[in-house]
Design a protein around this ligand. Structure first.
Ligand SMILES: Nc1nc2c(ncn2[C@@H]2O[C@H](COP(=O)(O)OP(=O)(O)OP(=O)(O)O)[C@@H](O)[C@H]2O)c(=O)[nH]1
Ligand SMILES: [Mg+2]
Length: 462
């Protein structure tokens, strides 16, 4: 049985012109409100069966002004997105007309929904748990097939199931500990209980750690891998960006110092989304605009998760190149030797003294050679060739990652406590805390403000 809420309404399609616009209502009075504004002869929406769609018109209930010709979908709860009664009014897809229909239903008694409020109701009415609700946004925002697949799997409840199993394991252990303490059958019950706690805490911890191992990949799939293209002026940084995005996004000229500002583009490299950042070539310069660009480039290096460091192999290595090698020393990086179509002057042996030979790739961007190797190397660096795995559950949400990390900490405290010979009831507190923390992932144990804050990040009408 759904909890009783007021009836909300919002435009669920993106703002702008399109084939149709959808105004969605959810709540006990959805049907009643729709009936006030809908007209087609003597037809009554409330007489119609659930999950059916009806042609008709929307009229202003007071002025009788005709607003639009529409199709109205009736879906009675509980088999709906929110588990409440839902009405969807398909209008002509214009900004003004959809707004006008929305205003009309608001005038007829609905309240304007907050961002994410439909999904929040699906959660509050128990149709999905919190990690599934969060996955809805990830599905909407997914930038590659793989990211979408991962979000869908979370929406299906795969992560929830893993978490539920672990919590169940903890709960059973806690119960067993209680029984041991309350009804000690054997003399060595203290010893047995400690042993049980040690074992179970270790098992659960291992499991959580394995889930967390997918976190780095999961986060990349969700947010994109921040990838900075770095190098001296004129080595071909912007050319590489253009090659990846397959269009002339960045200006390319043979004048050193062409790129002055940081350019950012999303690209899909064999299923891995990259947030590709083209930067100003780094060199000492008197030019004020270029100088600011160089400072920004250095900042981009700091923030990048991956650095593509480009050299022009038709030129000898300079002090600036060595400075760049040093600046990026502690970063995940690939060294790209560009312009292999020209005569080679770069001393590769000297370069190899400074870098891992496996990270060096020769390319010619203008001739389109070696690019496939660069792509493969990126995938290997972060996924060790595993992007093909279909059924791995990648954990990607920062909130989940942090909760899992905290739960590992609590489990470690359980283990330490026992090893130090602490009383069982103190150790139990840490184990209960791990149980609570895991419950926050699925929303089983979570505070109201947090829920409000989480759903406020959703799109309007979702
Ligand atoms: N021969 C040859 N020329 C290339 C290759 N890649 C890029 N270029 C040329 O090198 C010049 C500089 O390319 P850009 O992509 O603008 O270089 P950049 O690193 O972005 O330069 P700044 O923005 O000035 O730092 C252009 O004339 C490109 O056409 C290549 O593989 N071979
Ligand atoms: Mg450039």
């Amino acid at each position: 049985m759904a909890i009783e809420f007021d009836t909300i309404a919002a435009i669920s399609t993106p703002p702008g012109e399109g084939g149709i616009g959808i105004v969605r209502l959810s709540g006990d009075e959805a049907l009643e409100i729709a009936e006030k504004v809908y007209k087609l002869g003597n037809k009554r929406l409330s007489d119609q069966p659930s999950h059916t769609i009806h042609y008709g018109n929307i009229y202003h209930p007071k002025t009788n002004e005709k607003i639009d010709e529409v199709m109205v979908t009736i879906m009675r709860g509980p088999k709906t997105y929110t588990r409440e009664d839902i009405i969807e009014i398909n209008t002509h897809g214009g900004v003004h007309v959809t707004n006008k229909v929305l205003q009309t239903v608001l005038g007829a008694g609905a309240r304007l929904a907050e961002p994410g409020e439909f999904t929040k109701r699906a959660f509050l009415n128990g149709r999905i748990d919190l990690s599934q609700a969060e996955a809805v946004m990830d599905v909407i925002r997914a930038k590659t097939d793989k990211a979408m697949h991962n979000a869908i799997s979370q929406l299906d409840g795969n992560l929830s199931q893993l978490i539920k199993n672990l919590r169940q394991e903890i709960l059973e252990t806690l119960a067993q500990v209680e029984v041991n303490i309350d009804y000690p059958e054997y003399d060595d019950v203290e010893e047995m209980t400690s042993q049980l706690l040690l074992e179970k805490a270790g098992e659960v911890k291992n499991h959580v750690e394995r889930i967390l191992e997918t976190a780095q990949q999961g986060k990349i799939l969700r947010d994109g891998l921040a990838t900075a293209i770095i190098g001296r002026p004129n080595v071909g940084k912007s050319s590489l960006l253009n090659m990846f995005v397959r269009s002339d996004k960045a200006i390319v000229t043979d004048i050193a110092g062409t790129t002055r500002d940081v350019i950012e583009e999303f690209v899909n490299v064999k299923g891995v989304p990259l947030r590709l950042i083209d930067t100003a070539g780094i060199r000492e310069t008197e030019d004020e605009v270029e100088r600011i660009g160089v400072i920004r480039s250095k900042k981009e290096i700091e923030q990048a998760e991956l650095v593509l460091l480009i050299f022009d192999q038709s030129q000898e290595l300079t002090d600036e190149d060595f400075e760049l090698l040093e600046l990026t020393e502690n970063k995940e990086r690939l060294i790209i030797l560009n312009k292999m179509d020209l005569i080679q002057k770069l001393d590769v042996d000297k370069l190899l003294e400074k870098v891992d030979p496996n990270s060096v790739i020769s390319v010619s961007i203008t001739e389109n050679t070696g690019i496939n190797e660069v792509e493969n190397a990126i995938v290997d660096l972060f996924f060790e060739g595993k992007t093909g795995e279909k059924d791995a559950t990648y954990i990607s949400n920062i909130r989940h990652i942090s909760l899992l990390e905290q739960s590992i900490q609590s489990l470690e405290e359980v283990i330490e406590g026992i090893e130090l010979g602490m009383p069982v009831d103190l150790v139990q507190i840490d184990l209960t805390r791990a149980w609570d923390l895991l419950g926050e992932v699925t929303g089983d144990s979570i505070q109201d403000e947090l829920i409000t804050q989480l759903f406020s990040q959703f799109c309007l009408g979702k």
